[in-house]
Design a protein around this ligand. Structure first.
Ligand SMILES: [Fe+2]
Ligand SMILES: [Fe+2]
Length: 377
């Protein structure tokens, strides 16, 4: 496994928009990027032992984040209106204390052989949650069909969009672009009961919890640029010269923003505000399609591709906010790394040539167990 090539993360079947397959050297083994220490921050004793004072409006019990857990609460309704959350998949609750928190990304479910892996994405118990970290598919119909299937299997499904969901491809009956497309997908997820980055963050209460599962939508801003480039333009020019152009440049419309980098910066600002408000007694599982730190992109065979893989603006989020683990995909290099003592899980399935090269048998469940940690389970 360690010396296998890892290829192409942004080439849809048959489009050929990228002029050279993106490939990378073998990913290093787990633990290569940092010391292995337990990533969970201890829960504050006050938060664990303080008696529940109840919701000041309704006297219903409250959640660990202090929000009303009752069926109807005007205060919570204001919160959900702010973030657009619905009653089906509202901010807290869920989890019977026994389930697992599983994760997968880059199912690329429109690809024939990948569908057999989607069929194998199954819970191990009734209480299991599934995190889907983007690149479900390209068309709205494929995205909806896949998420509907998964939502019917798991106690809760949490989705963070990948770049592929944001493409506007000619074959898609949904021809919305940019922000409008994203908002449409959010509404579609809500109808399916799938949690999105626009909803209150749910709290998972299985072994190792409580944990706040935060799906993020933070794009890239070309700051993971080539080593010798001093600007986005120079970095893009170097990539073009090397024959590396991500398909996003053709299919991911940033409208109404001036560019994908401007959209990214807006998302970063909005997301930082929300993360700063999270109760540290329920540490975060940050879920983003792109890696929040640059280190995992160092193993790309074509380093020019890194500029489409994240932003330096998120480099300290895993230490700035109380974080138990980070889940991401996009690189199609599944592995575990540690950064500042925090566990990062790249949970992608990827394209058939990639999972075959990794020796993954057809129809195998590609999910990774995030919590409880396997060595601690
Ligand atoms: Fe992907
Ligand atoms: Fe991706």
């Amino acid at each position: 496994m360690d010396d296998e090539p890892v290829r192409g993360q942004c080439v849809p079947p048959g489009t050929g928009h990228i002029r050279r397959a993106v490939a990378g050297p073998a990913p290093p083994g787990p633990g290569a990027a940092g010391p292995r220490v337990h990533p969970c921050r201890p829960l504050t004793s006050a938060a664990r032992t303080a008696p529940d004072q109840g919701c000041p409006r309704t006297r219903h019990p409250t959640t660990v984040t202090g929000r009303c857990a009752g069926p109807v609460c005007p205060a919570r309704d204001r919160y959900t209106k702010r973030y657009g959350g619905g009653t089906v998949h509202g901010g807290d609750g869920g989890g019977d204390g026994t389930g697992r928190l599983l994760a997968v990304s880059d199912l690329h479910s429109a690809i024939g052989d990948n569908r057999q892996h989607v069929d194998a994405v199954r819970p191990m118990s009734d209480g299991d949650w599934l995190v889907v970290a983007g690149d479900v598919a390209e068309t709205s119909t494929d995205i909806e069909a896949t998420l509907r299937t998964l939502a019917g299997r798991f106690a809760k499904v949490v989705w963070a969009p990948g770049n592929h969901e944001l493409w506007t491809v000619p074959s898609d009956p949904l021809q919305l672009r940019g922000e409008k497309r994203y908002r449409h997908l959010v509404e579609m997820c809500r109808e399916l009961g799938v949690v999105t980055p626009e909803d209150p963050y749910p709290v998972w209460r299985g072994p190792g919890g409580p944990l706040t599962v935060a799906p993020l939508f933070v794009l890239y801003d070309y700051t993971f640029r080539t080593p010798t480039a001093s600007s986005k333009e120079e970095s893009l020019a170097q990539a073009e010269k090397a024959g590396i152009v991500c398909t996003d440049e053709y299919l991911l419309d940033p409208a109404p923003y001036a560019g994908r980098d401007a959209w990214c910066r807006a998302r970063v600002m909005e997301t930082e505000e929300r993360l700063a408000a999270v109760d540290p007694s329920a540490p975060l599982v940050l879920v983003n399609h792109f890696p929040l730190v640059r280190e995992p992109t160092r193993v790309l065979r074509y380093p020019e591709f890194a500029q489409w893989c994240g932003t330096e603006l998120t480099a300290d989020w895993h230490v700035r906010f109380p974080t138990a683990a980070v889940v991401y995909g996009h690189l199609h290099i599944p592995r575990t790394t540690w950064h500042d003592g925090v566990r990062f899980e790249e949970v992608s399935l990827g394209y058939p040539r990639e999972w075959r090269a990794r020796g993954l048998p057809l129809g195998t469940n590609p999910c990774r167990q995030i919590f409880p940690e396997l060595e601690k389970a």
